[in-house]
Design a protein around this ligand. Sequence first.
Ligand SMILES: [Zn+2]
Length: 1043
Amino acid sequence: MSQQGYVATPPYSQAQPGMGGYPAGFGSAPAQPLYRHYGGPPQSFPAPPTGMMKPVSSPSGMPPTQVPSHYGSNGQQNGAHPQSYPAPPYGQPPQSPYHSTAHQGPPPAQQLTNQMGAMNLGYGPGPMQSHQAPPTSPLIQQPFQTTPPPAMGHPPLGPPPTGPHSSQMAPPQSPLAGPPMGGPPSMGGPPPMGGMGRPFPGPPPPGAGGFQQPGPGAAGPPGYPQQLQGQLGGQMAGPGMAGPGMAGPGMAGPFQGGAAQMAGPPQKKLDPDSIPSTTQVIEDDQAKRGGQVYTTNVRGQVPPLVTTDYTVQDQGNASPRFMRCTTYSFPSTADLAKQCQVPLATIIKPFATVPKNETPMYVVNHGETGPIRCNRCKAYMCPYMQFIDGGRRYQCGFCNCVNEVPAFYFQHLDHMGRRVDFYERPELSLGSYEFAATLDYCKNNKPASPPAYIFMIDVSYANIKSGLVRLVCEELKTLLDNLPREDGAESSMVKVGFVTYNKILHFYNVNSALAQPQMMVVSDTAEMFVPLLDGFLVNFQESCAVINNLLDQIPDMFADTNESETVFAPVIQAGVEALKAAECSGKLFIFHSSIPTAEAPGKLKNRDDKKLINTEKEKTLFQPQKAVYEQLSKDCVSQGCSVDLFLFPSQYVDIATMGDVPTHTGGSVFKYSNFQVDMDGEHFLSDLRKDVEKAIGFDAIMRVRTSTGFRATDFFGAIHMNNTTDVEMAAVDCDKAVTVEFKHDDTLSEETGALMQCALLYTTISGQRRLRIHNLSLNCSAQLSELYKSCETDALINFFTKSAYRAMLNQPLKTVREILVNQMAHMLACYRKNCASPSAASQLILPDAMKVFPVYLNSLLKTGPLVGSAELSTDDRAHQRLSTTAMGVEDTQLLLYPRLVPLHNMDVASDMVPAPVRCSEERLTDAGMFLLENGCSLFLWLGQACPPELIQSIFNVTSFAHLPIDLRSLPELDNPQSKKLRSIIDSLLDQRPSSMKLLIVKQKDRSEMLFRQHLVEDKGLHGGASYMDFLCYVHREIRQVLT
Ligand SMILES: [Zn+2]
């Protein structure tokens, strides 16, 4: 249709000649199995039906997304240039479309230009240069030009812009004459890069990124962040940040402390609008790319932000929902990578939920031959394999090995050199698909069984008294009807089992043949065994009557208990043993209240010690008590046993240790402190329901292969690693992500780019063994400007969060914080030095794609785990640390920059949620009502002068003053405001992986502190700088690096 010859939507929905019915068991033997744990030579086995199965989530063969079939320049989304994805033969030099920049970052919004002008804050040219090129000439691959792009370095004295941001452009006439940034001793001396001599431990990295690179030339005592507070005031405005817009009379807010030190003309209030705004970036991306179709046919294409609402059409690269990178253009050499210190990482969420309007996952079944793989590197057949020699052989895109095409798989090539069946085979034309796995991929070469869910309820005094046990039992009666099932299946194949425990364990026989459930007690917790096989793990539908009987009885059976001691490790051990006996994988749902002090393996004691905070030993608070729990994690992983822990503590329970097994087995830790059924019951039940019902795979092992020149070196997630390459996950659900870091081991080719293939072998919810493949291709360039243009701030902060939270187990928190700031300063300084056009040193120049990175990093520094404050509970800090382990990019983005939504002016007639505002106290108004959420917490903040009509319609009382002291929930009132507010909250809760408890906070009430700590642009309640102060500090750091 077009010059690309690659336009049509693949006709998967149509009859697929050639897809089914090709001879199975024909051709060469399958490649050696990759996953050696399950070893054993290939064997014959009853062949599953051959041919391509229907899409996983659409039994009816749902067609791929309905999008226009033209992907030429006119139809191009997202600014992608028209070259289509896999056209060119790999390894064949000229005219590769990949050679072009293919860069698609958003052109900077005009408002930002305006904003920045006021402040001497420049953005790097970022994507705008390539954008200015007409779409017909995509081959610009220039290094960054020296001409400053319009958005950069807007002349400080330029005319004030018009429009919504004109206020911040304000009067440039009064540059602040403060002392130079670098000068005053009150800054606490040179920046903290000194002290960085000891990087985070770990294998010595061959390249840049991570935490291993201390800053070159760094010297001087660490100074951030404590020393910073309240001191930055005056100094920073000198030549440093001294944009005219920055300075002025009456400088307020964060700068008050220092204002007195400032010399010179009277100061103006610093306009917070003049520094880069996350909400603006989000809004701009939504305006530019929202509602569009993002086709994945271009290598190195930067996807829309995670916050943007878009539709993906897979055309050869995995959807950004599955794989998202810190940059889409890798530096071509290790030296460049080291120089820029931008981490090269991909966040992989293999089971990410895909919206209904996007193409579901196809399953390819090659029968008993199994998937086709490269003989040398074992990569799976994918769009990066180049067919040659008339289709008889193919060259692997990852290792360049030339392989024979198995006879059954042979197909002729068209005049473009592409197989004639290109569109009929997902593995040739799509970025993501699944293969049915053969027995070679199964444990002991035996077919897998459906997984089992075991519910393990702590029936000690605390849980009985709080009513939790009754609540759980009551809920399970209905919840078990909703166990996950294969699409189209009539019922779930997941088996269920029940255990109660305090100091001893009670197993239940719920065999459908029984009239009454039977209890079996195991009191020897040192040698855990499962006292029954038959009747413990059962099908819920079959045993429904017995199970409901049991669930009715449990709360009464223990109603009079006095037992307050519990065991914990033996409970997990019991679950593993039960799964082992049943030869299946599965998940334990443990509902536990207290620190396990009963005499048994894994017994814990209270080791909380606030005196350790801000000392070298603070890290020990977060280190799990190893021994028993480490071995337990290994046992769980080898059995495919995931652990989800629901904790109901009333005091310290050592979450650092209790959460260790869940966070190594693809599980989660949910925490409900001082649980009260009436206040927290619904919150907990929503979490439980989501958790039980969510899409999930079991007994998984993931391998990330790369093209030559780089490789995956580090992995972060709720995973276990026995060696350096295989990522083992007892389970992986739709919300769990693994962050993978890459390093160079050679020079990368700009021609072929950087290719990666994530292969996940797992067991489906119905017990089928599958391989889920995600492929992604990135660009490579010797120009660092390409890297900076293609950066993804949200992905970067995900990497920084996970690596810092891991590093804090081994390093003092202060060192971790310093390394974070130092690395960011180096990233930004390198940009300034190598990519930005010359400008005054007083200008802070940020790459466009990274311009809000500082606000995220500052927010990270202020999070509970890193802030080092004795006011925070150790368990809360440990919990937050563990919770981020498996977070995807969406989750860390929201966590570090919460959404603050003004509700007092909402348009009740519209379906839209009002646009969020910046997370700062300055955005609150006394007459306002705001919703704040970060994925973990949800607040409704009410200003003192909130209009009585609004209060009336939401709460049914006459005014703010009449609101009850502890507002717990929103009444369901029949008026538009109430309905709208509740529907906004419901839809938020629906989108997030876990439930959030709504806290209603009145301005000036004590509880307001809980809310205010999420205003991440302000100075931290427990320490940490405001965004403005931090930006000035970063600027100073950058200048330090550059001199
Ligand atoms: Zn290969």
